[in-house]
Design a protein around this ligand. Structure first.
Ligand code: PGA
Length: 225
């Protein structure tokens, strides 16, 4: 199985998301090869909108197998009087996945390893699958459903990492062979083949290139070859 994740961050308004969904679904629904690959579990596409739009996107994509929604983060707290927190318990049945430990969360919102570990526990408890982002070998690897290696210097900079360095990092992280290993950091339709050629990368976590429906669709197309 290959994975393609759209991480829109805080960069899309509701009208933009409505247009994105319409454009993306039109492209997917007219592509028999991609639909077949989605049907046959060869690829899963995970769209991670800002919280207010998760259900809208979920409703839009509900008729296409293996296109699902995820949250960009989740609370480390289970429930209670914590204004503004979005818990795994509340995401249960709404988002299939949550991204955890993205470098922007670690850097700008001071997320610690302790919080990350609690978030993963919460997701496991409430059936939300986890996408763990790691920046380097210093970050702790937890038991999660997907691991995405995202070197900070490549995120949003247009400077994607050297594919051989990504392969080396995968070995250093010593992941279980059953965990899908994704690359993220200025990944786009023009450079994805460099990573796929290594045979060690199972997909991509995409920021900038996911904001454009056509570009993201092209990435999905190339992922299945
Ligand atoms: P980018 O973002 O594709 O814009 O580099 C990736 C990410 O932050 O997940």
């Amino acid at each position: 199985m290959k994975y393609l994740i759209a991480n829109w961050k805080a960069q899309m308004t509701f009208p933009q998301i409505q247009t994105w969904c319409q454009d993306f679904l039109e492209l997917v629904n007219s592509d028999t090869a991609l639909l077949t690959n989605l049907q046959q579990n060869n690829i899963e596409i995970i769209i991670c909108p800002p919280f207010p739009f998760i259900q809208f996107v979920q409703y839009q994509i509900k008729n296409v197998k293996n296109i699902v929604v995820g949250a960009q983060t989740v609370s480390s707290i289970e429930e209670g009087k914590f204004t503004g927190e979005v818990t795994a318990k509340s995401l249960q049945g709404i988002a299939q996945y949550a991204i955890i430990g993205h470098s922007e969360r670690r850097t700008h919102f001071n997320e610690t390893e302790e919080m990350i570990s609690q978030k993963i526990d919460q997701c496991k408890k409430y059936g939300v699958q986890t996408i763990l982002c790691v920046r380097n070998q210093e970050d702790t690897i937890y038991e999660t459903d997907i691991v995405a290696y995202e070197p900070t210097s490549s995120i949003g900079t247009g400077k994607n990492a050297n594919p051989q360095d990504v392969v080396t990092m995968k070995k250093t992280l010593n992941l279980s062979s059953t965990i899908p290993f994704l690359y993220g950091g200025s990944a786009d339709e023009n450079n994805e083949h460099e990573y796929l050629q290594t045979g060690e990368v199972n997909g991509f976590l995409v920021g900038t290139a996911s904001l454009n429906a056509k570009e993201f669709y092209e990435m999905a197309k190339k992922l299945i070859g």
